[in-house]
Design a protein around this ligand. Structure first.
Ligand code: MN
Length: 259
C-alpha cells in the first residue's frame, strides 16, 4: 500500500503538475546579449535586467571570432540585443582613423561583423543600443561620424558628459515609425553617452529619432528581410534608474523573438 501511495505521489508530481503546466505555457524566448571587453566577455547588469523585465531569458553571447561557432550560438537564441562599447574601426566604412577616434576592439569588430550578417540572413530580431546601433548601421552599409565635437562642431547638444556624469537631451521620435508604435511619437528626454553617431544611414534603414542638432538617435528596418530597431541612447540605464519609458523596446524584442 505504501509503495502504491509513493508511486501515486510521483505520478501526480510528474503528470498532475509538471507536465500540463509546462504544456500550457509558451516558453519565454531566449535573448542573446552580445558581450564586450578585451580579454573577457562582459555584459553590464542593466542589459540583463532589462531583458528579464521584458519577459525574456537572457544569455550572454561571448566574443568568439569563428563564424561556425557564432552560427552555432545563434541557433540557440530567438533574438539578439547588441550593447554599447568601444568605437568601431573606421576601416569598416572605408575611412582612415582621425586623431579623435576612441579605443577600438578588433576581436569584437570581427565577432559583431559575422554576428550581424548571420542575424540578418536568418531574420533574427535585433535591438541595438549605442555601439550596437552604430555597428549594425556600419556592417549593413552605413557610415559614422568618428567624433561629434571634431566633425560636427556646430552641434550645441551635449552627447557626452565628463566621466561619471550623465548627459540628458531631447530627441524627437518620428511619427509612423515602429519606435513610435512602442513609445509614441514626439519629444522625449534621453540619456547620452556617445561621441560618435550615425552619419549615412544603411540602405533599407530609416532614421526614427533625432536630437535637436539633427544627429541620428534611432534607426530601424522593419520589413520582410529584417526586424531591426536600434537607438543611440541607453534605455537599459534609464530602466535601472527607475524610468520605464523605454521598457517597450525590450518588450518589442521579446515579442518579436516569440514569433
Ligand atoms: Mn545623444
Amino acid at each position: 500500500m505504501k509503495r502504491i501511495a509513493v508511486i501515486a505521489v510521483i505520478c501526480a508530481l510528474l503528470f498532475g503538475c509538471s507536465a500540463p503546466r509546462r504544456a500550457a505555457h509558451k516558453a519565454a524566448p531566449v535573448i542573446g546579449i552580445t558581450a564586450g571587453g578585451v580579454g573577457q566577455s562582459r555584459v553590464g547588469q542593466a542589459y540583463i535586467d532589462a531583458v528579464c523585465a521584458a519577459g525574456g531569458v537572457p544569455v550572454i553571447l561571448p566574443i568568439v571570432t569563428d563564424a561556425a561557432a557564432i552560427s552555432d550560438m545563434l541557433r540557440r537564441v530567438d533574438g539578439v540585443l547588441m550593447i554599447g562599447g568601444e568605437d568601431i574601426d573606421p576601416k569598416y566604412y572605408g575611412e582612415a582613423p582621425i586623431p579623435e577616434l576612441g579605443e577600438v576592439n578588433a576581436a569584437r569588430d570581427t565577432y559583431e561583423d559575422i554576428l550581424i550578417h548571420l542575424c540578418f540572413g536568418a531574420g533574427l530580431p535585433l535591438l541595438g543600443i549605442c555601439r550596437g546601433e552604430q555597428v549594425i548601421n556600419v556592417i549593413l552599409g552605413g557610415t559614422l561620424w568618428q567624433d561629434i565635437p571634431a566633425q560636427v562642431p556646430q552641434s550645441k547638444v551635449c552627447h557626452k558628459a565628463p566621466e561619471g556624469e550623465t548627459a540628458m537631451h531631447k530627441v524627437t521620435v518620428a511619427e509612423g515609425s515602429v519606435l513610435a508604435s512602442m513609445v509614441g511619437s514626439g519629444d522625449f528626454n534621453v540619456n547620452s553617452f556617445h561621441h560618435q553617431a550615425v552619419k549615412d544611414v544603411a540602405p533599407g534603414f530609416k532614421v526614427t529619432a533625432v536630437s535637436e542638432d539633427g544627429l541620428v538617435e534611432a534607426i530601424e528596418r522593419i520589413d520582410d528581410v529584417a526586424r531591426i530597431v536600434a537607438v543611440q541612447f541607453h534605455p537599459e540605464k534609464m530602466l535601472a534608474d527607475g524610468d520605464t519609458t523605454f521598457l517597450p523596446l525590450f518588450k518589442w524584442l521579446v515579442a518579436e523573438s516569440q514569433k
